[in-house]
Design a protein. Structure first.
Ligand SMILES: Cc1cc2nc3c(=O)[nH]c(=O)nc-3n(C[C@H](O)[C@H](O)[C@H](O)COP(=O)(O)OP(=O)(O)OC[C@H]3O[C@@H](n4cnc5c(N)ncnc54)[C@H](O)[C@@H]3O)c2cc1C
Length: 421
């Protein structure tokens, strides 16, 4: 039985671990915190996953919360001026591509308990580069899925594929519950349960998603993406979630006032339901060579770390897991050498991750002419809006039109025709 070691018990490492166990590999997963520690930690993320990504979890029987987590059925987006006035509204449904957002504390702690039950070996250990040497010596393949962990520095930045040298946004997120944000139709203007997006010129963005946490059940996540130094950038001195909620009330009152009443009576789901910080989105070289000459491979955020503005990191991890499993299985008894690692990653980059990264980076800038063309049409044409939102499930579908005005016009015309037919 081929032996595969994984570093990191998050979205990518755990999901890949289960998928490889399912294919009959011997899998050891090293992660720096126990299930209990993960459950009682601060939230690491507010990840929403679309249908194609959830399908990977469903196929492996890992969707323990399927009937508990409220579905996000579509997006309701306001594009606002610097004073908060709404310039353009786009509302689109995801249809069968609807997704779910589940507290990663809830998910990963449960998955960590499940992993040994399915035959995996779990080692709770913060892995160092020196440890990697020992692990790699005992394994046919060693994959590092350490998220934003410090061990990432072992993998060189890919300068050609990385666009950022500094954090494009300062982030602040929390989980809230309250009488005016839950249920099927929490936004009166929206005939479905929305992912609520606000793009505020010169300030940044704020997102509120239907969510589920073990501490309170149904709730909503709030993620503020502040342009550094701009009017939304007020969260970084907050000492706790309660302070963060007060700041949220102030910025929403100023920059998205029609949303403010949703915070009436709102409170944090629990004392740990908040995070703040910033990071530099980075694409890394997939292969790290150890002093012994053995190679290990970066996957998940360790390989492709994007800003959360497009909600793609966990989705990218799920897509990467699908790709890795088929590449590992196809290798048969062949060596998992550097050539295989580079080829496996480059294929995934070219087929998927480069589009995810380019789409994410595009959202961090003012929209170009093709996007404005489609958004303008989407604001008055529901089929165009639906088609735009459905591309979030697989950002590759934004091409070719996202970069070409003629293609954008064709994209709109085809949807409008479909509607008229
Ligand atoms: C605020 C915010 C909002 C987000 N929203 C979305 C969204 O809506 N949709 C979406 O798809 N994505 C979203 N993401 C991104 C998503 O959470 C990540 O991309 C995803 O969790 C990456 O999975 P991963 O397995 O690569 O890393 P992680 O899930 O971060 O897991 C890494 C694991 O490795 C462990 N680890 C680190 N170093 C070591 C070490 N040396 N030894 C052992 N273990 C180690 C960590 O403790 C952790 O358990 C968001 C992120 C943030 C910050």
């Amino acid at each position: 039985m081929r032996k595969i070691s994984l570093i990191g018990g998050g979205q990518c490492g755990l999901l890949l671990g289960f998928a490889l166990l399912d294919k009959g590999y011997s899998v050891t997963l090293y992660t720096d915190r126990s299930a209990e520690q993960v459950l009682n930690s601060r939230i690491p993320s507010t990840a929403f996953m679309f249908d194609s990504s959830l399908a990977v979890e469903r196929e492996l029987g890992l969707n323990f919360w399927e009937d508990l987590v409220p579905y996000g059925e579509g997006m309701h987006v306001d594009f606002r001026g610097p004073d908060g006035s709404i310039g353009l509204t786009v509302q689109g449904r995801l249809g069968e591509l609807q997704g779910q957002a589940l507290d990663q504390r809830t998910k990963f702690s449960r998955w960590l308990q499940e992993f040994p039950r399915r035959g995996g070996k779990l080692v709770v250990q913060a892995v160092s580069v020196a440890d990697l040497e020992k692990i790699a010596a005992e394994s046919d393949l060693t994959l590092v899925a350490a998220g934003k962990g410090q061990i990432n520095a072992f993998f060189a930045r890919d300068d050609e594929r990385s666009e950022h040298l500094a954090p494009p946004r300062n982030l602040a997120a929390m989980l809230l519950t309250g009488p005016k944000m839950l249920g099927d139709r929490p936004w009166q203007r929206v005939p479905f349960r929305p992912l609520r997006f606000n793009f505020i010129a010169g300030a940044g963005e704020y997102f509120s998603l239907p969510f589920y946490t073990h501490t309170r059940g149904e709730c909503r996540s709030f993620l503020f993406e502040a342009i550094p130094g701009g009017p939304l950038d007020r969260f970084q001195d907050a000492k706790d979630g309660a302070e963060m909620l007060e700041i949220a009330r102030q910025v929403i009152a100023e920059l998205a006032p029609d949303d403010l009443h949703h915070l009436d009576g709102a409170e944090l789901t629990d004392a740990d339901a908040w995070l703040k910080g910033a990071f530099v989105p980075t694409v890394r070289k997939p292969v790290g060579r150890l002093p012994s000459g053995k190679s290990v491979m970066a996957i998940g955020d360790t390989a492709v770390l994007n800003d959360p503005i497009a909600g793609q990191g966990s989705n990218n991890a799920a897509r990467m897991v699908r790709h890795l499993v088929s590449s590992i299985v196809a290798r048969g008894n062949g060596a998992f050498d550097e050539a295989w690692m580079n080829d496996t990653f480059d294929t995934f980059w070219n087929e998927s991750a480069m589009y995810t990264t380019a789409f994410t980076n595009a959202l961090l800038k003012p929209p170009g002419a093709p996007v404005m063309e489609v958004l303008g049409a989407a604001s008055v044409n529901p089929p165009v809006a639906d088609a735009f939102m459905r591309c979030f499930d697989n950002p590759r579908n934004y091409w070719p039109w996202i970069a070409d005005l003629d293609e954008a016009r064709r994209f709109v015309a085809e949807r409008v025709e479909l509607c008229a037919a």
